[in-house]
Design a protein around this ligand. Structure first.
Ligand code: 9MR
Length: 356
């Protein structure tokens, strides 16, 4: 008791100082700003101390990069939640939210499904069972789901796919009716989860984003349960039109849905002999990160900013580009924050993170 009395004023001073001091991590800044800052993760890397420590320190949300996809959860036709559960356990241990990805996509599906010769009736049953079982397993643990991923082509038309028309779930050539069916099943499975449509290259103003807008507007008018749109933002150009992204966020949120920046990364060209990036590219990359975070923060309906991984040590870009591009994320290969990190922190706090 005596010790408490002696130290109480000191404790109060420390608490006040802590509340007033500038946030030093993305997570602190995001918590104060009331926004989610997340990263796509691979649970096989949780055993690497720098990976886990950086993740838990800097982020308040995680999303499995791959382990909640069909090809992991349904490697054979039985359900296997072990790797997804590891992500949930990590998040719970560190007070983070989990964003689920993804229930309906024409990629990352197991061969038994894509080459099984199923009829539309059988596929419809399989998809309903999948959405229902996965979402019920994670109910209360995964707060938001990418229900349907990348269903549209560049022209804004539904892509030919297993779920749409090859052979589809029985709604072939009926536009976005199969997307609607998936959202309705998802809502039945977990009425509390936020349901997102997630898309690539429909972030600014173009035919694809016009089609997303039209679909969401139609869904909202007819009471189809959709809560948000994920704008992926895999960026490979450093002259990004962030005003167009801001305008797209504004028109989507005006429909009453949230927007999540869901897969942000900014790939840079690598020197073919050294594998290094140019220093001024890192600064230009930081400006892109800054522009995206700013476009999101300008709109209260944009509630999450997530990068696709967080360290350049582990990113899909390397293998995808056969080593010609990379260094796309806010931390370098040694987990050191890059200028992109500083730019994110500045935009989240509203002021420079470092003294000049
Ligand atoms: O980064 C993911 C990579 O590890 C997988 O091999 C690939 C196929 O499942 O998916 C990558 O993530 C994609 C995401 O699921 C959807 N948007 C595009 C992402 C990058 O390709």
């Amino acid at each position: 008791m005596t010790a408490l009395r002696v130290h109480l004023p000191l404790l109060v001073i420390l608490l006040v100082a802590a509340a007033a001091s500038p946030p030093v991590t993305l997570r602190q800044a995001a918590d104060r700003a009331g926004v989610l800052v997340g990263a796509a993760v691979r649970p096989s890397l949780f055993s690497e101390a720098a990976y886990s420590e950086t993740l838990a320190r800097e982020y308040n949300m995680v999303e499995p990069e791959d382990v909640m996809k069909w090809w992991v959860v349904r490697r054979d036709s039985k359900f296997d939640f072990r790797e997804g559960d590891e992500v949930v356990r990590f998040a719970q241990a560190h007070g983070m939210k989990v964003r689920g990805h993804c229930l309906v996509w024409d990629h990352a599906n197991p061969a038994w499904l894509t080459e099984g010769g199923f009829t539309p009736g059988q596929l419809s049953h399989l998809l309903e069972e999948h959405i229902t079982t996965v979402m019920k397993h994670y109910a209360g643990q995964v707060f938001a789901w990418d229900v349907v991923n990348e269903a549209l082509d560049e022209g804004g038309r539904p892509k030919d796919s297993l779920w749409y028309n090859q052979p589809g779930i029985g709604l072939a050539e009926k536009g976005t009716a199969y997307v609607e069916r998936a959202f309705r099943w998802a809502h039945q499975a977990d009425p509390h989860a936020l349901l997102f449509y997630n898309e690539a290259e429909g972030e600014g103003l173009n035919r694809k984003s016009d089609a997303i807008y039209a679909m969401v507007k139609d869904f909202r008018q007819r009471g189809v349960p959709i809560d948000g749109v994920g704008l992926q933002l895999h960026i490979s150009r450093l002259d990004l039109d962030t005003a167009a992204i801001g305008a797209n966020i504004a028109r989507l949120t005006a429909l009453g849905v949230q927007v999540h920046i869901s897969e942000l990364d900014v790939a840079l060209p690598l020197d073919p002999s050294t594998g290094q990036v140019r220093k001024d590219d890192l600064l230009r990359q930081a400006d892109v990160y800054r522009g995206v975070v700013r476009a999101c923060r300008q709109n209260p309906g944009c509630t999450a900013i997530q990068t696709w991984g967080f360290t350049d040590k582990y990113s899909w870009i390397g293998s995808h580009s056969r080593g010609t591009r990379g260094a796309a994320l806010p931390f370098d290969r040694a987990y050191k924050p890059k200028p992109a990190y500083d730019a994110m922190l500045e935009e989240l706090t509203g002021r420079p993170s470092k003294e000049p």
